[in-house]
Design a binder for this molecule. Structure first.
Ligand code: PFF
Length: 515
C-alpha cells in the first residue's frame, strides 16, 4: 500500500499548527500566566520554549520523517529504526500512542461542550444566567453532574458528544490530505479571524462601568503581565511553564512525529517546525493573552479575576466569558464566536491525537484505513464514556495529569536522549538539515545534546522527589473519589498493556516472517 502524503508544505505546517493551537492556548495559558507570576511567568516560559519546545519540535519532525522512510508512522517502529540493536526501545515507543489516546478521551468531551455552547450562545439559552452562581449551575446541569432547572438529564450533552465524536472519526477516516489537511487549511485561518475579532472587541472595551474607572482594559493587561519576580523562586512555576510549553506545542507525545512521517525525504523540517511553533506562540501569547483575563478584569476587577484564574479553565471558558459577553452589545454573536473559536481550536487538535493509534493499526497490522479507524472509534468511544460518567469524580484531572503532563515529559526525555545520544548528534544534525530551507543555529547542537535532556530529567527528578508519594497514595484525592480514581488508573494500565502486547505481536510476526 502506498504511504499517504501531505499535499502541500503549507498544508502540513497548518496541520501541525492546528494540533498545537488548542484549548491550551486560549484557556490554560492565560490562567497559568495569571496564577504564576504574570509577566515573570514569561521568563521560564520563553526559556522552556527555546530549550525544550523548539528542540523537541525539530527532533519530532526529523525522526518522524526519517521513520516514515521505513514505513513507520508511530513511535514503536520509529524508535526501533533509530536503535534497532535494542529489543526494548519499541516498548518505550508505546507511550507515543498511549499518551495521545489518553488526552483524546477527555479532550474530545470538553470539545463537544464547546459545540453545544456555541449553539446555546446563538439561541440565547443561557441568557437568563446573570450571576456566576447560575452560570455555574447551567454548566453543571449540562455536564450531568447535577440535575437542575436548566437540564434534567445528560441527554443534550451526550448528543453534542456524539456529533463531535463522529465528526472527528469522519475527518480521520478521510485521511491525511483529504481529511486532516483540508480541515486545518480552513479551520485554522477561520479560528484566527474569530480570535482577532474577539481580541479587538475586548481591547476596545475601555472601562465598561463608569462607576469603577479602575476596572479597565489597560489595568487588565497589567494584571496579566505585571511581573511578580518572587514567583521565579518557586520550582512549581518553572514546572508549570515547562509543562505548558510541551502541551501547547503538542510536543513530546508522538503526535508531531506521526504527522511528520507523511513527509517525503527531501521535505524541509527545520523551517516548517519553526513556523508551526511560531504560529502557536502568536495564538497563545498575543491572542490567548488578550482575551479572557483582560475582559474578566474590566468587568469584575482584580480580586474576582484572581479567583477566576484560580478556579480553573472550565470556569474561565464556560462561566466567566459568557457572563462577560452578555454584558456587551451583540453578546450572543460574540458568545458564538468565542465557543466556535474554541471548538475549531479543539477539533484541529483532537484529530491529531487520534492519528497515532490509527496509523499504528494501519502500518503495523496492514489494516485498511476504515478498519483501523473503526477499531479506534470503538475503543475510544468506550473509554470516553467512562470520562463522561465519572466527570464529577475528578476523571478529567486524573487523565490530564497522566496523559497531558507526565507522559509528555517522559516521552520527550526518551526521544531527546535517543536522538542526541543513540542516533547521535552528528547524524541527527545532518538528517535535520536534509532538504532544509534554513540552517538551525549551531548552538542547538549543544542544546539538544545536553541542555534539553538535563532540563527534562530535572523535571522528572523533581516530580519523583516531590509528588510521587502523595500521587501514588492518592493523598490529594477526596476519599469518596478514591475508588473511581483507582478504577481509572487500572483502565490506564490495561490500555498500556494492550498496546504493549500489540507491539509484541507485530515484532513477533516480523521475526517469524524473516526466518
Ligand atoms: N496543543 C493542544 C492545546 O494546546 O490544546 C493540546 C494537545 C494536542 C496536546 C495534541 C498534545 C497533543 F499531542
Amino acid at each position: 500500500m502506498a504511504r499517504e502524503r501531505w499535499s502541500s508544505k503549507l498544508g502540513v505546517i497548518l496541520a501541525v499548527a492546528g494540533s498545537a493551537v488548542g484549548l491550551g492556548n486560549f484557556l490554560v495559558f492565560p490562567s497559568q500566566a495569571a496564577r504564576n507570576g504574570g509577566g515573570a511567568f514569561m521568563i521560564p516560559y520563553f526559556l522552556a520554549l527555546v530549550l525544550l519546545g523548539l528542540p523537541l519540535m525539530w527532533i519530532e519532525w526529523t525522526i518522524g520523517r526519517f521513520g516514515g522512510g521505513f514505513g513507520h508512522s508511530t513511535a514503536p517502529g520509529i524508535f526501533h529504526t533509530l536503535w534497532n540493536k535494542n529489543r526494548f526501545i519499541k516498548y518505550f515507543g508505546v507511550i507515543g500512542i498511549f499518551g495521545p489516546l489518553v488526552i483524546f478521551i477527555y479532550y474530545i468531551y470538553v470539545e463537544s461542550w464547546l459545540l453545544g455552547y456555541s449553539i446555546f450562545a446563538l439561541l440565547g439559552k443561557y441568557n437568563s444566567c446573570t450571576t456566576e452562581h447560575s452560570m455555574l449551575a447551567f454548566l453543571q446541569g449540562y455536564q450531568g453532574v447535577v440535575q437542575n432547572q436548566f437540564f434534567s438529564s445528560i441527554g443534550p450533552s451526550y448528543t453534542f458528544f456524539l456529533i463531535t465524536f463522529l465528526l472527528n472519526i469522519l475527518i480521520v477516516c478521510f485521511g491525511i490530505s483529504k481529511g486532516i489537511e483540508r480541515v486545518c487549511k480552513y479551520g485554522l485561518p477561520i479560528l484566527f479571524v474569530f480570535a482577532i475579532v474577539l481580541m479587538v472587541r475586548v481591547l476596545t472595551l475601555g472601562a465598561p462601568d463608569p462607576a469603577k474607572p479602575d476596572y479597565n482594559i489597560a489595568n487588565g493587561l497589567g494584571f496579566l503581565w505585571n511581573p511578580d519576580w518572587s514567583a521565579l523562586k518557586s520550582a512549581k512555576v518553572w514546572l508549570a511553564a515547562a509543562g505548558q510549553i510541551l502541551f501547547t506545542l503538542s510536543c513530546g507525545i508522538g503526535v508531531i512525529l506521526t504527522y511528520a512521517s507523511y513527509l517525503t525525504k527531501n521535505d524541509d523540517v527545520a523551517l516548517s517546525g519553526l513556523t508551526a511553533a511560531a504560529t502557536n506562540e502568536v495564538a497563545e501569547v498575543i491572542l490567548g493573552g488578550s482575551i479572557v483575563i483582560p475582559a474578566a478584569f474590566a468587568f469584575f476587577g482584580p480580586l474576582a479575576t484572581t479567583k477566576i484564574a484560580e478556579a480553573g479553565v472550565f470556569n474561565l471558558a464556560f462561566v466567566t466569558m459568557p457572563l462577560v459577553l452578555q454584558k456587551i452589545a451583540l453578546g450572543n454573536v460574540f458568545g458564538f464566536l468565542w465557543f466556535m473559536l474554541l471548538f475549531l481550536a479543539g477539533i484541529t487538535s483532537s484529530i491529531s491525537l487520534a492519528q497515532p493509534a490509527v496509523a499504528f493499526l494501519q502500518d503495523e497490522f496492514d489494516l485498511p484505513k476504515k478498519t483501523a479507524t473503526g477499531i479506534f472509534a470503538i475503543t475510544t468511544f468506550v473509554l470516553t464514556n467512562s470520562v463522561i460518567f465519572l466527570l464529577g469524580k475528578g476523571a478529567v484531572d486524573e487523565l490530564h495529569f497522566w496523559g497531558g503532563t507526565f507522559c509528555l515529559v517522559l516521552f520527550g526525555t526518551i526521544e531527546t536522549i535517543l536522538f542526541g545520544w543513540i542516533f547521535g548528534m552528528e547524524d541527527g544534525w545532518t538528517e535535520m538539515h536534509v532538504g532544509s530551507d534554513i540552517s538551525i543555529p549551531r548552538i542547538y547542537r549543544f542544546i539538544i545534546k545536553y541542555v534539553t535532556p538535563v532540563f527534562l530529567l530535572f523535571i522528572l527528578g523533581f516530580w519523583c522527589w516531590q509528588e510521587w508519594t502523595p500521587l501514588i497514595l492518592l493523598r490529594n484525592i477526596p476519599a469518596e473519589n478514591v475508588p473511581y480514581i483507582i478504577g481509572i488508573r487500572l483502565m490506564l494500565v490495561g490500555l498500556f498493556a494492550v498496546l504493549a502486547i500489540l507491539v509484541w505481536i507485530v515484532w513477533r510476526r516480523k521475526e517469524l516472517r524473516s526466518t
